[in-house]
Write a protein that binds this ligand. Structure first.
Ligand code: BES
Ligand code: MN
Ligand code: ZN
Length: 514
C-alpha cells in the first residue's frame, strides 16, 4: 500500500477530501474532545451522548456524508486506553471498509490519540488489513484503495516510526505471500530465486548452495529429509552488511520445508494442505531482509534457509535410519515427520562459522506448540536470559508476541537412542520443548534462541492464510541491536563522520565474495 504521512489535527482531518476517514478515539481523550468545537468533535460528542458510540475498545460507528466533513464516509473507532494493541485490533477490523469498491483514498487521523500513538504499528496494521492473495486466482481483482494518508500531530516527530512501519509492512507482506503460495509454486528453487532477487538491494548478497555443495558440506541430516523428493534441496545464505566487518552478525535460520507430508511417517489427510505453510520460518527470514533493504540499519545480519520438501518415496529416509549430521553427531530418525529439527541442526552448525552475536532460528516446528500457546504467542526458547528479554520486549513493541518456554536438562532425556547419539524424537510429553532440546545440541556456546511459530505463522479455517509473523518481532529486535542511527539517515546528513562515510567502502568490500 502507498502510505503518506501528514501533519493533521482534527480540524484538518475534517476538511481532508477522501473516500473514508478513520478516527480512532481513546477513552482518556473523550473529555478533551467535549471542549472542542470542530465538526468531528461535534459528531463524536453527539454519537457518545446518544450512546451510538463509545471509546471502548472494539466499538465502531460508520457514517455517510456527514455535515462539514469532507470525507464521504467516516469510521469512528473505539480504542479503549489507546494502547498499541487496542489500536492494532481496531485497525485490523477496518479491513472490510478499506476493501470497499468505492474506496480509493483513506485517511487515518491519529491526532485524537496524541503523540504517543503507535504510528509504526498503525501503518503495519493497515497494510495487513489491505493484503490480498492473488497469484493463483484467475479472476483476482486488486482492491480499489490506492493510498492511505496517516495524519499525526507532528509529521517530523513521527517520520522514523512511519518509515519503520512501512518497512515492516513490506517484509510482512513478502512473508505472507511466500507462506500462502501453494507448494507447487513455492518450491525450494523458487525460494532461492526470491532470495537472489532480494539481494539486489544495497549491502546485500546471496549465495545458493545446491545439492552438490550441501553434500560437500556434509549436511546429511538435511539431505536425509530431502532425499524422498524430486525437488532439489536448496541451502540459501543471505547477507546484509550494514555495519563494519568486525561486527559479529545476528544469524537468522528459517525452516524452509516447502511441503511436509510427514515422509514415510505419513501425516493424516485432514488439513495436510496446511503443510505448505511449513516454510513460514524461511518466509519470515526473507521478510526481515526485505525490511532491512528498506531501512538500511547499522547492523550485520546473516539469513540461512535450509529449503526442501518432506515426501514419502522409494528413496525416502526410513524410520530407524541413522544419519551423521554436519557436526559429526549421529541421529536415529525414529519419525520422519520430525524433519524440521533435521534440516535446522545442520544449518545451526553452519551458522557457527559466523561467530554470531546472536543465533535465532524460526520454525513451524511442532504441533505441540500449537496446543500449548495457540495462535496468540509464539513459543520462545533461549540459552541466554538477556536475549530472551530482548526478544520478549521486541515482541511487545511490535505487537507480535512470544512467550518464553523452559529448557531444563531433564527435558532432553527422552532423546537418547540405542543406535545413535540421539533420536530425533522423544515421547509425546512436552513435544515443543523436546524439539528445542534437540536443536540446542547443535548451537555450541552461541547466544541462541528458537522461535516455534507453528501456532502463529498462519491461520486456519475461513481466514486461512499466512500471518507474516514473526517479521515484526525480528525487525524490532534487530533495530534494537544497531549501534547508532540507521545508516541511510546518517549518510544523508551533511555532518557525517568518517565512520559513516565508510559505508561505501564496506559495500565494495562485501560485494559478492565469501
Ligand atoms: N511441521 C510440523 C509441525 C506442525 C504440525 C506445525 C501441525 C503446525 C501444525 C512438524 O514437521 C511435525 O510434523 N512435527 C511433529 C513432530 C513429532 C513427530 C515429534 C508434530 O508436531 O507432530
Ligand atoms: Mn513434520
Ligand atoms: Zn514440518
Amino acid at each position: 500500500m502507498n502510505f503518506e504521512l501528514k501533519t493533521l489535527d482534527l480540524a484538518g482531518a475534517a476538511s481532508a477530501r477522501c473516500d473514508v476517514l478513520l478516527v480512532p478515539v481513546a477513552q482518556p481523550q473523550v473529555q478533551a474532545l467535549q471542549a472542542d468545537t470542530g465538526a468531528l468533535s461535534a459528531l463524536l460528542n453527539s454519537a457518545i451522548q446518544h450512546e451510538d458510540f463509545s471509546a471502548e475498545a472494539g466499538k465502531q460507528l460508520h457514517l455517510y456524508q456527514v455535515a462539514n466533513v469532507a470525507a464521504r464516509r467516516v469510521l469512528l473507532l473505539g480504542v479503549g486506553q489507546g494502547s498499541a494493541r487496542e489500536l492494532r485490533n481496531a485497525l485490523l477490523g477496518t479491513a472490510p471498509y478499506l476493501k470497499g469498491e468505492g474506496v480509493r483514498h483513506a485517511v487515518l487521523c491519529l491526532s485524537a490519540l496524541g503523540e504517543q500513538a503507535d504510528v509504526a504499528g498503525a501503518v503495519q496494521s493497515l497494510d495487513e488489513a489491505c493484503y490480498q492473495y492473488q497469484l493463483t486466482k484467475s479472476k483476482a481483482k486488486p482492491i480499489a484503495l490506492q493510498k492511505i494518508t496517516v495524519g499525526v500531530p507532528d509529521k517530523r516527530k513521527a517520520s522514523a516510526a512511519f518509515a519503520q512501519g512501512q518497512a515492516i509492512a513490506l517484509g510482512q507482506q513478502l512473508a505472507r505471500e511466500w507462506g500462502n503460495r501453494p507448494a507447487n509454486h513455492a518450491t525450494p528453487t523458487a525460494l532461492a530465486k526470491a532470495a537472489q532477487e532480494l539481494a539486489k538491494a544495497p549491502q546485500m548478497n546471496c549465495r545458493i548452495h545446491g545439492p552438490k555443495e550441501v553434500a560437500k558440506l556434509g549436511m546429511h541430516a538435511f539431505m536425509a529429509v530431502a532425499q524422498g523428493s524430486k525437488e532439489p534441496l536448496q541451502f540459501i545464505e543471505l547477507h546484509y552488511q550494514g555495519a563494519g566487518k568486525e561486527q559479529a552478525p545476528v544469524v537468522l535460520v528459517g525452516k524452509g520445508i516447502t511441503f511436509d507430508t510427514g515422509g514415510i511417517s505419513l501425516k493424516p489427510a485432514a488439513a495436510m494442505d496446511e503443510m505448505k505453510f511449513d516454510m513460514c520460518g524461511a518466509a519470515s527470514v526473507l521478510g526481515v531482509f526485505r525490511a532491512l533493504a528498506e531501512l538500511q540499519p547499522r547492523i550485520n545480519v546473516v539469513g540461512l534457509i535450509p529449503a526442501c520438501e518432506n515426501m514419502p518415496d522409494g528413496g525416502a529416509v526410513k524410520p530407524g535410519d541413522v544419519v551423521t549430521s554436519m557436526d559429526g553427531q549421529t541421529i536415529e530418525i525414529l519419525n520422519t515427520d520430525a524433519e524440521g529439527r533435521l534440516v535446522l541442526c545442520d544449518a545451526l552448525t553452519y551458522a557457527q562459522r559466523f561467530e554470531p552475536s546472536a543465533l535465532i532460528d524460526i520454525a513451524t516446528l511442532t504441533g505441540a506448540c500449537v496446543i500449548a500457546l495457540g495462535g496468540v504467542r509464539s513459543g520462545m526458547y533461549a540459552s541466554c536470559d538477556e536475549l530472551a528479554q530482548q526478544l520478549q520486549q521486541a515482541g511487545e513493541s511490535a505487537q507480535d508476541l512470544c512467550w518464553r518456554m523452559p529448557l531444563d536438562e531433564e527435558y532432553g532425556e527422552g532423546l537418547k537412542s540405542n543406535f545413535a547419539d540421539m533420536g530425533n524424537v522423544a515421547g509425546r510429553a512436552a513435544g515443543s520443548i523436546t524439539a528445542a532440546k534437540f536443536l540446542q545440541r547443535f548451537v555450541g556456546k552461541s547466544r541462541w534462541a528458537h522461535l516455534d511459530i507453528a501456532g502463529t505463522a498462519w491461520k486456519e479455517g475461513n481466514a486461512k492464510g499466512a500471518t507474516g509473523r514473526p517479521v515484526g518481532l525480528l525487525v524490532h529486535y534487530l533495530l534494537g541491536q544497531t549501534t547508532s542511527a540507521p545508516a541511510k539517515a546518517a549518510a544523508a546528513k551533511p555532518t557525517t563522520t568518517k565512520k559513516a562515510s565508510g559505508k561505501d567502502g564496506r559495500k565494495s568490500s562485501t560485494a559478492k565474495k565469501k
